[in-house]
Design a binder for this molecule. Structure first.
Ligand code: IPM
Ligand code: MG
Length: 358
């Protein structure tokens, strides 16, 4: 019998619970088809945790995650908590969980499915063959630097600092080189070294580390230029590695190449096999509770989990193939449907994928 793998499940807010429910069906089917065994434990996080426990990241939730082999996260946030002070915002919980679990590396693949080329706002011929992954540093930079306000002669001033140590840069850059070695062996390191000191350090580290990966073709791209090249020549990118905030911005841009952010999965990893897996999209409060959300990003996040944390490539393949087959057969949720009147709901999409898995 396969070893029991523990998965902490955090449904969160908005459409989170709906898309996570479909992903859990896929996990169940994986057990039946492949004999793997999963034990799931649900925990409160985000806005719902603020409402019920008075904090976005309750201690017991952190413990459930720390005792698990992997975390599956839906989405957090919503207008209800938007005007809360920082410590009572769902986003603060998200930053807290990343830091507490040591998840310094965020992988966001953007693959253009052939049959969805028309769903993108870009011309199909520009998108042809696009298959890239953004490797975003997740626990450093301006997100975690010192922040404060102070009075100056010219009135109140707000300060955010962007700081990186050599070690913080090196561990993410090495991971990106290793990922590139397993793909098309191309790495674009994105920085703003013409202006920022933290970017100059970033580039120095990349150049030094590159000597250990001579088989990987490296290019340095300034972040503004990268934003442009992503629209101009998306298929020429393979792996993009960058610091926290640049990665936040570029990964949303990369997501739109695929037509819908509703398709994109992500993995946040630390030094070992433990990982947190979540869709790239947010909690979409405008469509929550209406059976409209696309569950594919969360389902593909499960596939990533099976592949990266558990090494269950057979099950991951089965899920990814089922998603592709269901799309090829023309089934669409409304976010990716050209003809909205024929769109199917969250539950129907989940059921179809489960039924197609082999
Ligand atoms: C993301 C999100 C978060 C981030 C927000 C919600 C804090 O945009 O995961 O990309 O900026 O990291
Ligand atoms: Mg973001």
């Amino acid at each position: 019998m396969a070893e029991v793998k523990k998965i902490a499940v955090i449904a969160g807010d908005g459409i989170g619970p709906e898309v996570v429910a479909e992903a859990e069906k896929v996990l169940k089917r994986t057990e039946e088809l492949f004999g793997y065994r999963f034990e799931t434990e649900h925990a409160l996080f985000g806005g719902i945790a603020i409402d019920e426990k008075g904090t976005p990241l309750p201690q017991e939730t952190l413990e459930v995650c720390q005792n698990a082999d992997a975390v599956l996260l839906g989405a957090v946030g919503g207008p209800k908590w938007d005007s809360n002070p920082a410590e009572l915002r769902p986003e603060t919980g998200l930053l807290g969980i990343r830091k507490a679990l040591g998840l310094f590396s965020n992988l966001r693949p953007a693959v253009v499915f052939d049959c969805l080329k028309d769903a993108s706002t870009l011309k199909p011929e520009v998108l042809e063959g696009t298959d890239l992954i953004v490797v975003r540093e997740l626990t450093g930079g301006i997100y975690f630097g010192e922040k404060y306000r102070r009075e100056t002669e010219n009135g109140q001033q707000a300060v955010d600092t962007c700081a990186y140590t050599v070690n913080e840069v090196e561990r993410i850059v090495r991971q990106a080189f290793e990922i590139a070695q397993k793909r098309r062996k191309k790495l674009a390191s994105v920085d703003k070294a013409n202006v920022l000191e933290s970017s100059r350090l970033w580039r120095e580290v990349v150049i030094r580390v590159a000597a250990d990966y001579p088989d990987v073709e490296l290019e340095h791209v300034l972040v503004d230029n990268c934003a442009m090249q992503l629209l101009r020549r998306p298929s020429s990118f393979d792996v993009i590695v960058t610091e926290n905030m640049f990665g936040d911005i570029l990964s949303d841009e990369a997501a739109m190449l695929t037509g819908s952010i509703g398709m994109l999965s992500s993995a946040s990893l630390g030094a070992g096999s433990f990982g947190l897996y979540e869709p790239v999209h947010g909690s979409a409060p405008d469509i929550a509770g209406q059976n409209l959300a696309n569950p594919i990003a969360t389902i593909l996040s499960v596939a990533l989990m099976l592949r990266m944390t558990f090494g269950y490539a057979d099950a991951a393949d089965s899920i990814e193939k089922a998603v592709a087959e269901v799309l090829d057969a023309g089934h669409r949720t409304s976010d990716i449907a050209v003809d909205k009147s024929s769109a199917i709901g969250t539950i129907a999409m989940g059921d179809l994928i489960v039924a197609t898995m082999k």
